[in-house]
Design a protein. Structure first.
Lengths: 288, 578
């Protein structure tokens, strides 16, 4: 059986020292081993940005695509081979700006994939512009007077879009994050995990210390029930979205693949590419 | 007796004009006639003039006819907009309900027939279309029994009574028209057809069936005219073979999902029209640099922007060849008949896997929506070839190395493993990469990978890159076209030959890589060349000038008003030239 070391490769990440993404990478590797995967049965599909490079730093199949499109690519991979574990990943710009439409639609489609967003509230790879997660008033190169836009609330957004698995974590909480990724992989449907992953170079506001001070663990909230959508929404609003843990899970709703009429129960990639002659003749006959 | 008939039915959109044409043409197709149907419609659901022009012939026809024998009109607008197409012996059959007025400047005769009135008497005015079909039969001296099967198929689900009523409506139309026909009007009796069974389908149906036959098991697409039929067909036909269609949130999701599925090892398709292709461009580049197979259909319509969404145009050619930033190898094919659309689409999936690059099937509105009689398709001609897809077990790679998915090879094509394959792990990225897929900015590596990618299509094997009908070693004229202009060019060519000219015809089926070697001899042996295309800048002509030269011989014949070429337009223009 593979261990987390088997999910390591020889590529040295080009992230800045201290970047939160290192821990996310480690958490994915540990979670993959913990759920019993072999490297060839995992596909990590990533977007563009610092965090998008993550698919190249994990020893598994991986595709580093185009900006904002990790989810549709991941959906295609999963549709092709339902036996694969498919993880989509990227940054907050990737998932909540250029790729926001895919995020919402992947949530409502509920294909059985796990989406990990490394949320640092800034554009890092382009050297420090505002992101849709930047707080109002946040000063960046593109918002020298401070952002005048409202930040997106991804967890609330996910709940209203009909998500069946919504979780949030902090990159330094490696153990909790690993457990959440495992739960996401095991969830039969789409799982969204937003991870606060501080940018040590361009974000001097939302630092490790800032998160430590401001985050509340849901496990510390007495009576919190992650199967109660109303409570999930209310709790998020009460804490301005700054909570970590499993926020909401719906175990009743079936995944897209389960609901899809006629869709092969064995991986589609193994399907016969030929038709029998009788079948073809019938198809031709319909046009006669 | 005539061997060809041109019939048009027109009215307001949403009035069942389409089904009138459908019933008429299916019945005649079954008698063994060759048909060609072309719809004129607008980008709205109800209201607005629409018509369906159907040509019936004892030989294959693939073009709209120059003139018209019979015009069936459900409103005055239909008469006013279309009567000029009628020749002097032509007939207008109009619903008496709207008190039709015959325009003064026509020799054609007109009959006001109580379509709506008779239909209402029989139960519902909806059946006025059937009355019109019956009236047509009277002019053609056609036994209405030929409609029995078709009516049964269409209305059978609604019960025997509905079927009977509809047949009664056809009979009523036949009877009332027969009474009105005086000896002065010549009946248009068609020569008997051969009675052979043939298919009658639009290009989009053939593309969709070709995909299914070619092993396509997944499609992701976003609705758009005139491409949606492809998705709608496969939504019905993929589930029985375990496959699926996802209607995506947008065009970019459609193409990237298709790339994902192809990367996953499934033959997958996306289809759209110009506006969708514009949105897909970045992803097409991803497919190019990651060498992920991808099959895309572009059914061209009038552009730019929303342009003329329901009209014919061929103006995406350059965009399909050069679209996407940067440079990638690509294959662009352009079937010219419904039959070719089937075989080419099936073959596109082989080429995509063999050359590991995007393959674009270029169609146009006239080919995609025009309905043609097709000789039964031969499934035994469809091959499945998967190129260098690794199916055997792979040896372990030492020191956690990656599989050389982008190995620099002589033919440029590298072995391809798909997720799930043990010891086949490699990275895939849109960043320039080395042989294992790891990002690399080294100049040496850049050249090696770029050259390798382009080497793939240097020796592309393609069955018929140019369709040639070239009876003359030395020709007065070479006519060149692509996609749906084929039928009109063929008819024009026949007339020019009758006029005593030596004419050759070349129809480009492989747009890129451009088949220069195939075309050059025809270009050299022609005194003059006319390139016929539905766009304003002469995109195919420009491709020819770039690749085979001989600018002094080339004349562009362009039409971009939204309508397909008619044979007489090409005939007249070519005659003027030579």
């Amino acid at each position: 059986m593979a261990t987390f070391k088997d999910f390591r490769n020889s590529v040295k990440p080009n992230w800045c020292p201290g970047c939160g993404d290192f821990s996310v990478q480690a958490a994915i590797q540990r979670a993959a081993a913990n759920v019993g995967l072999e490297p060839e049965n995992l596909a990590v599909i990533s977007g563009i940005g610092c965090s998008g490079r993550i698919s190249g730093y994990i020893n598994s199949y991986g595709l580093h695509g185009i900006h904002g499109r990790s989810l549709p690519i991941a959906t295609g991979v999963k549709m092709a081979n339902r036996d694969l574990t498919v993880i989509a990943s990227g940054g907050d710009g990737d998932g909540y700006a250029i790729g926001m439409s895919h995020t919402i639609h992947a949530i409502r489609r509920n294909v059985n994939i796990t989406y990990i967003v490394m949320d640092n509230q800034i554009y890092g790879l382009t050297k420090g512009q505002t992101s849709p997660r930047s707080a109002t008033g946040f000063k960046t190169k593109s918002t020298p007077e401070g952002s005048i836009e409202q930040a997106i609330a991804p967890m609330e957004m996910a709940l209203t879009a009909g998500a069946t698995f919504v979780a949030q974590s902090f990159s330094t909480d490696l153990k909790d994050l690993t457990a959440l990724i495992e739960a996401g992989i095991n969830h039969d449907g789409f799982s969204l995990i937003n991870v606060f992953s501080p940018c040590v170079t361009y974000n001097k506001i939302n630092t490790y210390d800032w998160f430590k001070e401001n985050l509340t663990k849901l496990s510390d909230i007495e009576g919190y029930n992650p199967h109660d959508k109303g409570m999930a929404m209310q709790t998020l609003m009460n804490h301005n979205g700054l909570v970590t843990g499993l926020i909401y899970q719906d175990t009743e709703r079936k995944s897209y693949q389960e609901l899809l009429n006629g869709y092969s129960e064995s991986p589609l990639v193994d399907a016969d590419l030929t038709l029998d002659q009788v079948h073809f003749d019938k198809l031709v006959d319909e046009f006669m | 007796m005539i061997n060809q008939l041109s019939w048009k039915v027109g009215g307001q959109q949403g009035e069942g004009i389409e089904s009138t044409g459908e019933i008429f043409s299916i019945a005649l197709n079954r008698l063994g006639y060759y048909l060609y149907g072309y719809r004129h419609f607008s980008s709205r659901i109800k209201g607005g003039h629409t018509n369906n022009k159907i040509r019936v012939s004892t030989t294959q026809v693939r073009s709209i006819s120059d003139d018209l024998d019979i015009l069936v009109a459900f409103d005055q607008e239909t008469i006013d907009l279309n009567y000029k197409e009628l020749h002097e012996k032509g007939i207008i059959i109009a619903d008496s309900k709207f008190n039709p007025k015959k325009p003064e400047d026509t020799q054609a005769s007109m009959f006001a027939v109580p379509f709506t009135e008779r239909a209402t008497e029989l139960g519902t005015s909806l059946m006025k279309n059937m009355v019109a079909v019956g009236a047509t039969c009277a002019v053609l001296n056609l036994n209405i029994k030929v409609f029995e099967d078709v009516v049964e198929e269409i209305f059978g689900r609604k019960g025997k009574q509905v079927v009977d009523k509809n047949m009664e409506a056809i009979q009523a139309g036949f009877d009332v028209m027969k009474e009105q026909l005086s000896d002065k009007v010549e009946l248009m009796e068609l020569e008997k057809a051969d009675g052979n069974k043939r298919m009658f389908m639009i290009g989009n149906d053939a593309i969709a069936l070709g995909a299914l036959a070619g092993g396509c098991r997944f499609m992701a697409a976003y609705p758009i005219t005139p491409a949606s039929d492809i998705m709608e067909y496969l939504i019905k036909k993929l589930p029985p073979v375990g496959g699926a269609v996802i209607q995506t949130e947008d065009e970019i999701a459609a193409v990237t999902m298709t790339i994902g599925a192809n990367y996953g090892g499934v033959r997958a398709l996306t289809a759209s029209s110009g506006p969708g292709l514009s949105l897909k461009m970045e992803a097409i580049g991803l497919s190019g640099i990651t060498e992920t197979p991808l099959v895309i259909v572009d059914t061209q319509r009038g552009g730019p922007s929303t342009g003329l969404p329901t009209k014919q145009e061929q103006s995406d050619l350059m965009a399909m060849i050069y679209g996407t930033h940067g440079e990638i190898p690509k294959i662009v094919m352009a079937p010219s008949t419904v039959q070719e659309a089937f075989y080419d689409t099936a073959e596109a999936f082989n080429l995509a896997e063999e050359y590991q690059c995007p393959v674009i099937i270029l169609s146009d509105l006239q080919l995609s929506l025009g309905k043609q009689t097709v000789e039964p398709l031969d499934y035994s001609k469809v091959e499945i070839r998967r190129g260098k897809l690794v199916t055997e077990e792979l040896p372990e790679i030492e020191n956690k190395g990656y599989f050389k998915r982008y190995e620099v090879t002589e033919d440029g094509v590298s072995p391809r493993t798909i997720p799930g394959t043990k010891n086949g792990i490699h990275h895939v990225t849109g960043v320039e990469h080395d042989e294992t897929g790891k990002p690399s900015e080294s100049a040496l590596n850049r050249n090696a990978q770029m050259d390798k990618r382009f080497r793939k299509i240097e020796n592309l094997k393609f069955d018929t890159p140019v369709y040639k009908n070239a009876p003359h070693e030395e020709a007065d004229l070479l006519i060149v076209g692509f996609n749906s202009t084929r039928g009109a060019i063929e008819e024009a060519m026949a007339r020019l030959e009758k006029d005593g000219l030596k004419v050759n015809h070349a129809h480009i089926r492989l747009i890129y890589p451009f088949p220069s070697n195939e075309l050059l001899p025809l270009v050299q042996s022609a005194k003059k060349i006319v390139v016929v295309e539905n766009n304003a800048t002469g995109q195919l002509a420009n491709m020819m000038l770039m690749n085979v030269g001989h600018a002094e011989k080339v004349t562009k014949m362009l039409k971009y008003d939204g309508n397909p070429f008619l044979p007489h337009e090409i005939h007249t223009r070519c005659k003027e030239l030579v």
